[in-house]
Design a protein around this ligand. Structure first.
Ligand code: NDP
Length: 494
């Protein structure tokens, strides 16, 4: 959607492809956001007290609604972001799968469990459980308007929190639709609400006293969010930008690599946090790899109902243009497209080679259907260059050798790596998703994603009178001597 402000209270939602007015939404100010958080606080206790089973059945009811109405949801995503309908459907499939996983596994991951108390604490029974933080604020981007926020929303809800969600100004309709369908499954209290508006609405959510703030968006906004949250010591989860690299080893299946990497770079018009923006290819297969990518990229169909839709956010178009021009001005060569590929609101595929490592096209997030391909002499060089930037979100390695691929995957300084494919880690609900460096910290998805929206609660129960009583004023010197003896037995040897 292209968002415009007509007056202070209205957010106009327009198709990025045609400019058609889709709907209008309120611009929620700080008072409205605060009121939503207060309502969420009241709902949070009831939702927590439903317990894991009560929440699971309600989340599953919501999941069934989403499955039933998936075409409606995908249509809305298509209208607002311009992404191809099938991409929207597939995104919804993965998001719904995550919702199902979170609902099903929350009890096992977060519920109370006994832990060994050790010999020094032999008289103690020790247990840990993960309690909800209360209200979770979620701020989301527009590029994957259901998958990325669902990574926080579903997991926070399954963990027993209520949620106030601020969707991007470019995809408010998807956010409102999600909250409306949730309310059909859980009509009792406003456990999941949406506030709409621009950046100021998000900023108000950061200052509204939520128990945790889950942010997904650009690194620049992430810094503002952290600064705002610092004022109230509100903990934050940051899922920020990326500049993912793919490495192609000389022994890779080049057809598989070219197919996957071209999709990783151009899919969703390149507007993917874990989009492949750089490829490092071993010298022996460089030319054939470039040729295969060229053929695939040149065959991509562009248009509203085609494989590659418009650039959702008009302000991104000049950034993409600048990266292409900068790369070419600094010695890069375009093997597919060039500056003329930028035809707003569309950007046609651009593949660049020989681009210097210090240029913007290699170092900064482009967020368009572009790919740089760089020749390397060894996998060591590929890993060094891939790890060279400030981001560390996802990555990919293509090799027929499982050992080589695993070795490279472990050495890549990113939160996730896929082998012989791209972005597949996002489809596995039991895997954590998140980055390092300028890509942020904390994790959505999987057991880590559930724990992210909780605080651990440790409990010790004194089962019987201890042989020594170290934490009393009645302890004797002998108690201390006996404890020291135990220490020497346990840890003093070797
Ligand atoms: P932005 O950072 O522009 O916006 C993200 C969200 O923050 C939006 O809802 C935005 O509202 C809101 N916001 C803006 N200003 C503030 C503020 N001062 N305080 C609080 N909230 C604010 O990112 P985009 O929406 O453009 O999304 C693209 C970015 O997201 C890319 O960098 C991409 O890599 C990243 N991303 C990261 C993912 C990950 O998992 N790591 C996944 C998907 C995307 P509004 O839109 O109304 O301005």
């Amino acid at each position: 959607m292209t968002a415009t402000v007509t007056d202070q209270d209205v957010l106009e939602s327009r198709s990025p492809a045609t400019g058609e007015l889709l709907a209008t939404y309120p611009v929620d100010d700080a008072t409205a956001v605060q009121a939503a958080v207060e309502r969420a606080r009241e709902a949070a206790g009831w939702w927590r007290d439903l317990g894991f089973d009560g929440r699971k059945s309600r989340l599953q009811a919501w999941k069934h609604t989403l499955v039933r109405r998936i075409d409606e949801l995908a249509g809305l995503m298509h209208d607002e972001t311009g992404k191809p309908l099938d991409d929207a459907r597939l995104e919804a499939v993965v998001a719904i799968d995550h919702l199902g996983w979170a609902a099903k596994h929350a009890a096992k991951v977060l519920g109370p469990r006994r832990v060994p108390s050790g010999l020094i604490g032999i008289n103690l029974a020790a247990s840990v459980e993960y309690q909800p933080v209360g209200v979770v604020g979620v701020i989301g981007p527009w590029n994957y308007p259901i998958l990325t926020p669902m990574g926080s929303i579903a997991y926070a809800l399954a963990a027993g929190n209520s949620v106030v969600f601020k969707p991007s100004e470019h995809s408010p309709g998807v956010g409102v639709w999600l909250a409306d369908t949730f309310a059909e499954a859980v009509p009792e209290l406003p456990v999941f609400q949406v506030v709409t508006g621009f950046g100021a609405t998000g900023a108000a959510l950061c200052q509204a006293g939520v128990g945790k703030l889950g942010f997904t968006g650009s690194t620049a906004t992430a810094k503002k969010v952290m600064a705002a949250c610092a004022e109230t010591l509100t903990p934050v989860l940051i899922e920020a930008g990326g500049k993912d690299a793919a490495i192609v080893a000389a022994d890779a299946d080049l057809d598989v690599a070219a197919d996957a990497i071209t999709f990783g770079a151009m899919g969703n018009a390149g507007q993917t946090c874990v989009g492949i923006e750089r490829a490092y290819v071993e010298s022996a297969v460089f030319d054939s790899f470039v040729e295969k990518v060229k053929v695939i990229a040149e065959g991509i169909q562009i248009g509203t109902d085609e494989q590659l839709g418009p650039i959702t956010m008009p302000s991104q178009v000049p950034i993409i243009q600048r990266h292409i021009e900068d790369a070419l001005a600094n010695g890069g060569r375009a093997v597919v497209g060039g500056p003329e590929s930028v035809r707003a609101p569309y950007v046609h595929p651009v593949v660049l080679v020989d681009v210097p490592e210090d240029s913007e096209a290699v170092r900064e997030e482009t967020f368009g259907p572009t790919l740089t391909i760089t020749r390397v002499d060894s996998l060591d060089e590929a890993v060094r260059l891939a790890n060279g930037g400030k981001y560390g979100l996802g990555s990919a390695i293509f090799s027929r050798s499982r050992k080589t691929a695993m070795d490279v995957a472990r050495r890549l300084r990113t939160g996730m790596t896929s082998i012989n494919g791209v972005q597949s880690f996002a489809m596995v609900p039991s895997l954590p998703f998140g980055g390092t460096g300028d890509s942020g910290f904390g994790r959505i998805h999987g057991p880590d994603g559930l724990k992210e929206f909780t605080r651990p609660k440790a409990v010790t129960r004194h089962r019987f009178k201890a042989p020594t009583r170290p934490l009393t004023f009645t302890r004797t010197t002998k108690d201390v001597v006996n404890t020291l003896k135990l220490l020497r037995i346990l840890h003093g040897k070797g």
